[in-house]
Design a protein around this ligand. Structure first.
Ligand code: FUL
Length: 460
């Protein structure tokens, strides 16, 4: 009988060299401090709130009046409580969406919450509520601005940088800056001065990640919670180009639903076959942005579309459990709170994530595998029914594993394959099916150099 464990990374590596100059080049690409930190806090809530919440729109027009912002109160403490119950570790707020209305007291425009009956600085209220409870706070600022008269001229770059300076200088630590690539098809043609925007962020908040139209966090490419089978973090450097991201972003208010279906055409961004042809590489991990509802902003007609806790958990497994970060949008209502349906779904998600880790069988910090290890064995003290394995690489030493299998040892001593995976990265959650077993075996099939597994855990 053929030995299923014979071909592993030490003796075969799927035919790839285990060590050479190219392998060294690939594994020399590693995360920045900020990227690493986010990988350890991989789940944030996205909060779409603003003029559109009051007017019931998704995109607005930029011709609204401040008096159209009829919101009377907001309860950010409730948002923070729900975020924590769901297991999220941060909130990103839409400080300015495409309509240009500012949720803070910007000096540079009258189109802001300061000229409404609400009056209070919403960015202050939300950032304070987050920081008080140990949540990270991030800002979404839309470069496309339908209201601002200077949009489309060089003066707009000044305006945008001034607003960034306010947001980055006055609200404590900002963990992520989210630059949206969306822009109406009929908007005035304009090349944003991205490098200047990035410099403002780096100068004022050097620890912040710049996401989407930015060099630190890669947009996964759709808004439906889908990810690639293999989400590589080491990818060609040209992918960081903001204009490329903007090109595939939303261009019509009505095309939002399409973005949810869209699967990225470029399925393979980081295999050796792709990277070998690229002279410049970068660490650019994917973020999955998806809404709990069909739309990004709240509308009462949308209360029926709230995803169940179970569905959110599937998205969680497919994002956080697939080497991505998750940015789950939960839009507050016009009463300034998360709707009871969203609250229930978030709570359920938190419970399901807690349950996932509640019955550990074995959790081990493996570290650097030995050159002689063809596989790693785990023995259990009694018969177990394993539901999940959680694997993490030490990504400070890059992303190395390209293929692995998990076998379960049945009570009769025979091995059966329970999972075949590709990349691991910061986290891989592998469903194992709950069958009876007395042990497990991890077989790495393909790796860029010696695998460094920071942790593996098996859970019932
Ligand atoms: C898109 C925007 O057009 C949507 O309104 C939403 O903000 C989403 C997160 O990004 O590009």
């Amino acid at each position: 009988m053929k030995d299923p464990f014979e071909k592993n990374w030490t003796n075969y590596n799927n035919g790839f060299p285990l060590e050479d100059e190219e392998v060294s080049r690939l594994i020399s690409v590693t995360p920045s401090g900020a990227q690493f930190r986010l990988s350890q806090r991989p789940f944030y809530l996205f909060v779409h709130f603003g003029m559109n919440t009051a007017t019931g729109r998704e995109w607005g027009s930029g011709t609204e009046k401040c008096s159209d912002f009829t919101i009377k109160r907001i309860k950010p403490k409730q948002w923070v409580k729900c975020a924590k119950e769901a297991g999220a570790t941060g909130i990103i707020l839409t400080c300015k969406h495409h309509d240009g209305f500012c949720l803070w007291h910007s000096e540079y425009t009258d189109f802001s919450v300061k000229n409404t009956d609400f009056e209070k600085d919403i960015v202050r209220l939300v950032s304070d509520a987050c920081h008080a409870e140990g949540l990270d706070f991030g800002i979404y600022v839309s470069p496309w601005d339908m209201h601002e008269k200077t949009y489309g001229t060089a003066a707009y770059d000044d305006y945008f940088c001034n607003q960034l300076t306010e947001l980055l200088g006055n609200y404590g630590e900002i963990s992520e800056v989210w630059f949206d690539g969306a822009k109406g098809a009929n908007a005035r043609a304009f090349d944003y001065d991205w490098q200047r925007y990035y410099k403002v962020v780096r100068d004022l908040q050097p620890q912040a990640n710049i996401a989407v139209c930015g060099p630190d966090i890669r947009w996964v490419g759709n808004e439906g919670g889908k990810t690639r089978k293999s989400e590589y973090s080491v990818v060609p450097k040209y992918l960081q180009n903001a204009e490329i991201v903007a090109h595939s972003s939303q261009k019509l208010e009505s095309s939002g639903a399409g973005m949810k279906r869209l699967t990225s055409k470029d399925e393979d961004l980081g295999s050796r076959a792709v990277l070998n042809n690229e002279s410049e590489l970068c660490w650019y991990p994917a973020e999955v942005d998806v809404s709990i509802r069909d739309n990004w902003f709240w509308s009462k007609d949308d209360n029926v579309s709230v995803k169940s806790g179970k569905k959110l958990f599937e998205i969680y497994l497919n994002s956080v459990g697939n080497n991505c970060t998750l940015l789950l949008n939960v839009p507050p209502t016009d009463k300034g709170v998360f709707h009871s349906k969203d609250v229930k779904a978030l709570k359920k998600l938190g419970q399901l994530v807690d349950e996932l880790y509640s019955k550990p069988v074995i959790v081990e910090k493996l570290g650097t595998l030995s050159r002689e290890d063809a596989f790693v064995d785990f023995s259990f003290d009694s018969v177990k029914k394993l539901k999940f394995a959680s694997l993490s690489e030490n990504i400070l030493l890059s992303q190395r594993v390209e293929a692995f299998d998990i076998y379960l040892k049945k009570p009769n001593g025979k091995f059966t394959k329970a999972y075949s995976g590709t990349v691991i990265g910061s986290k891989k959650l592998a469903e194992l099916g709950g069958k009876k077993c007395i042990g497990a075996r991890l077989v790495i099939r393909q790796s860029r150099g010696i695998p460094v597994i920071s942790e593996i855990g098996f859970y019932e």
